[in-house]
Structures are given as C-alpha cells and as structure tokens.
Design a protein around this ligand. Structure first.
Ligand code: GRF
Length: 204
C-alpha cells in the first residue's frame, strides 16, 4: 500500500476529495494530514475521518524556515510517506526540504501553468482577458509552481466573472483533477491527466 501524507493550510476541500477517493482498489491510503495553521479547518475534518493529524505553527519559527521544516519533518517522516500532497499548503518550502521528496511531492495550483505562478491567479487571468483558466497538478521542485505537469483542468472565463466566481468554478475542477492524478501517480503512471469542462480529454 502506498502511504500518502497531505499538507494543508486552510479548509482542506482538496484534501477531503483526495481522502474520499483513496478507498477500495485505490493503491494508496492517507497516513497523515499536517498543517502550518493549527486552526486550519481541514485538520478537524481529517481527524473526524480517523486520519492522524499534526499542526506545526510556522509563527513559532519567525524568520526561521529551516527550524519550522525541521519541526515538521520529524513527525512527518515517522509516518513513512511514499507520496506528499500539498493541498492548499501556503508555505514556500526550502530546496533542502523539496529535494528530500524529489519526484514524489505533488502540488495543486489554481492556474494553467506555466501561466500565473504565485498568487492572485484568477484576478490576473481576468485582467489579461483570458478566455480560459484552470488548475494544474505538478511535481514540486525548488522553483515555485514550475515542476513537471501531471494534470490540468480547464474552465471557461465568463465575461462577468469576478476572481471569486472564477475561483469557485476552478475549485470544482480541482476536486476532480487532484484525485484523478493521485490515483494514476500512485499506480506508477505519470501520464498527465487532462480534464476539459466536459470531463476527461480523449487520450489523456
Ligand atoms: C485551492 O484553490 C488550491 O489550488 C490553492 O489553495 C486553494 C485551497 O483550497 N493552492 P482548499 O484548502 O483545498 O479548500
């Protein structure tokens, strides 16, 4: 069985979809949900599903990323994860931490990378007049939001969209994309999953 640890910072809606999908013939199971935010709503949701949880407050390590990461790493490694999923985890990890999990740490980002790495992706897509937006699941490398792509989901940008309405439409697709990618990746298949508004794109 493939062991998956999930790192979150917020409500954990992506985390929940991953956990709900890791049942039956799925090759993987969740072993830990960890957060840098002790008050993250997703921690209580994971605990309610009987999954081990961990909170390491980054504020206890002001201007000390290595210290924060060392405090997170010890209990994380105790769960012997094969795969790490970043799901709305908002801390930038150091190259040392990333390299330790090279090729087996995934992240979901709310844009069609390589467009709009970083923050405010929906506002930037609308400001640029894009007709399409979406989300990307990629392998994490030491360059922010830029590792090999494992999947993308596309949505239309509507003329009266606000960043909030677009974010909601993209999040719905994220909830389909991330479980599809993790299921394929944990079976050893890195072929990208491509989702259009109408579902799985042929040949992906
Ligand atoms: C998602 O839009 C994800 O792409 C971004 O943060 C948001 C987290 O949502 N990185 P949730 O915490 O999974 O609900």
């Amino acid at each position: 069985m493939i062991r998956v640890a999930i790192l979150i910072s917020g409500s954990g809606s992506n985390m929940l979809r991953l956990v709900e999908d890791m049942t039956g013939d799925h090759p993987a199971r969740p072993v830990l949900v960890a957060s840098n935010e002790p008050a993250a709503g997703g921690l209580a949701k994971a605990a309610a599903l009987g999954i081990a949880t961990l909170a390491v407050d980054h504020r206890d390590f002001p201007r000390d990323r290595p210290g924060f990461e060392a405090a997170l790493l010890r209990p994380l490694l105790d769960t012997r994860p094969d795969i790490i999923c970043l799901a709305g985890f908002m801390r930038i990890l150091t190259p040392g931490f990333v390299d330790r999990f090279a090729g087996r740490m995934l992240n979901i980002h709310p844009s069609l990378l390589p467009k709009y790495p970083g923050l405010d992706t929906h506002a930037r897509a609308i400001a640029a007049g894009d007709t399409e937006a979406g989300a990307t699941v990629h392998l994490v490398t030491s360059e922010l939001d830029s590792g090999p792509i494992l999947g993308q989901a596309r949505v239309p940008v509507l003329k009266d969209d606000t960043p909030q309405s677009l974010a909601a439409r993209v999040l719905t697709q994220e909830h389909r994309l991330y479980p599809a990618v993790l299921r394929r990746f944990s079976a050893g298949d890195k072929t990208p999953v491509m989702l259009g508004s109408e579902g799985l794109v042929r040949g992906s």
